[in-house]
Design a protein around this ligand. Structure first.
Ligand code: ATP
Length: 229
């Protein structure tokens, strides 16, 4: 079943156009990698899906609902959980307070998030500002899980972390995939890891979807051409 369908989205920052025709489909239970070099429109696409930015043309549907006119304050209730670039937890709230702040009813609770990330449970009363980078990233993921999303979006979740900590985040993503069957949209620079976790990929070039397909069909020629690796 299709969960998210974006067709031919165009999005502007004021007069400056950033998306020129983005197509993206995510089915239930699927992990999709959104790829492309710097500045090609990945974060703008995510912001459009989350309704922080409005698209000017095209259509956007999520869980059978048309989002074209949906105001951003209603978007959070849709079931799209965002782990934003740069993590953005509340530094002066405790781990527990950060988690409670985003809670919505469902299977993900303080208890289940704490089981999933034991390091968060251990640091329940600690200020978010005092967490390590990896723990802050776990908290950002935990906050998104607390919204009980149908779709989890991870924007550069492993950026700026030490290799061993990156591995912990990738393991968490693999675990979410295998244990929950949650749909996940992931943006990351590590092609090797994306190949291992994602079922499908979509590649953006200058604000347009130029390729999408099964991860297994993403050839080295394509990655050379569009990702420059
Ligand atoms: P990166 O990997 O560097 O984050 P990206 O693929 O996520 O890149 P976007 O951040 O979506 O790319 O940027 C797409 C285009 O929109 C770029 O040309 C960028 O300069 C422009 N852009 C992004 N944010 C803004 C903004 N706040 N105001 C104006 N233009 C912006």
């Amino acid at each position: 079943m299709t969960l998210l369908q974006a067709k031919n989205l165009t999005t502007f920052y004021g007069a400056s156009q950033a998306l020129f025709g983005v197509d993206l489909t995510i089915s239930e239970g699927e992990v999709v990698a959104l790829m492309g070099r710097n500045g090609m429109g990945k974060t703008t696409t995510i912001a459009t899906i989350c309704r922080m930015l409005k698209h000017r043309e095209g259509t956007l549907e999520f869980a059978g609902q048309n989002l074209d006119q949906l105001p951003s304050h209603k978007a959070a209730r849709l079931g799209i959980g965002l782990v934003p670039e740069g993590r953005r937890c509340f530094p002066n709230l405790t781990v527990g307070e950060n988690l409670i702040a985003t809670a919505r009813p469902g299977d993900w609770t303080l208890e289940t998030v704490g089981k999933f990330f034991p390091r968060l449970a251990e640091r329940h009363g600690q200020m978010a500002s005092t967490l390590s980078g990896g723990e802050q990233q776990m908290l950002a993921i935990g906050r998104a899980l607390m919204t009980n999303p149908k779709l989890l979006i991870l924007d550069e979740a492993t950026e700026g972390l030490a290799p061993v900590v990156r591995q912990e985040i990738w393991q968490a993503i693999h675990k979410l995939k295998s244990e929950t069957g949650m749909a996940i949209l992931v943006v990351d620079k590590t092609l090797k890891e994306l190949r291992q976790v994602a079922d499908r990929a979509a590649i953006l070039e200058k604000g347009r979807t130029v390729w999408d397909g099964k991860m297994g069909d993403l050839t080295h020629d394509l990655t050379d051409q569009y990702l420059g690796v």
